[in-house]
Write a protein that binds this ligand. Structure first.
Ligand SMILES: [Fe+2]
Length: 244
């Protein structure tokens, strides 16, 4: 930069430095604005997905409250297992949306008051794929889409849709599976009454290392026992459900 007439070289440098610094500060402010806008867009998309989850709950009485519980417990287990905060959030969100694909399942199958036959099961088993497709357009939720796709995989490889086994199954999907199984066992169904909290925990312990991830089961049992001590309703949901 040419020196100004009558100005000492040091003055020019000071002016240049101040301008540079001001430009840098402005860039930081722009970056902060962009970050905030990005978060706002993410939140808006997430709210829309929640709207879809609520629509599903309106369609399927069983999922009422189920999605929130699975989301909250999955988040708690992920945190207890020491997953990074960003991943804990994503696992919680994927837990909340894990059954979103049921929105694409015909009501005759979804609301059938009894066990499904083989053909109906093959329709029902599409819901993880449909769910993953619903959230696929959102780049920030790629990991969550995988968790949704694989939430019915089993540790021994006997699950669906891809028959993944052990560590091949995304951690979030393994965590969601445990919360999902517990909530299913402790919920009333048209063809069976809800199991007690203690019996459901026995089922989980039995399934650990066979169909469910052992670490996720251990962390879940710790979490649910803490929650049920703090709030006895957690372990007495069958009574709550019967009156609702
Ligand atoms: Fe599911």
């Amino acid at each position: 930069m040419a020196a100004r007439v009558g100005a000492a070289p040091g003055d020019d440098l000071t002016v240049a430095y101040r301008r540079l610094n001001a430009a840098y500060q402005q860039t930081l402010r722009y970056a902060e604005d962009v970050r905030r806008l990005y978060q706002q867009v993410q939140r808006a998309i997430y709210q829309s997905l929640l709207g879809l989850a609520n629509a599903l709950e309106a369609k399927d009485a069983y999922t009422r409250g189920h999605s929130e519980r699975v989301g909250a417990w999955s988040r708690g287990v992920a945190a207890a297992l020491g997953r990074p905060p960003g991943e804990v959030d994503m696992i919680g969100q994927a837990g909340l949306l894990h059954d979103i694909g049921k929105i694409g399942i015909p009501e005759a199958v979804l609301r059938k008051p009894g066990p499904l036959d083989a053909e109906e099961w093959s329709v029902m088993r599409n819901h993880p794929l449909i769910g993953a497709q619903i959230v696929a357009p959102f780049d920030f939720f790629v990991g969550g889409a995988l968790m949704i796709r694989h939430h019915h995989e089993r540790w021994d490889g006997s699950g669906y849709p891809d028959g993944l086994a052990g560590d091949e199954i995304p951690v979030g999907a393994r965590i969601i599976a445990v919360a999902d199984v517990y909530d299913a066992l402790t919920s009333n169904r048209p063809y069976r009454v809800a199991l007690s909290h203690a019996t459901a925990l026995e089922h989980l312990t039995d399934a650990a290392g066979r169909t469910l991830d052992e670490d996720s089961v251990a962390a879940f049992i710790c979490l649910i026992q803490t929650l049920s001590t703090a709030n006895p309703d957690v372990g007495a949901r069958s009574a709550l459900r019967a009156s609702s």
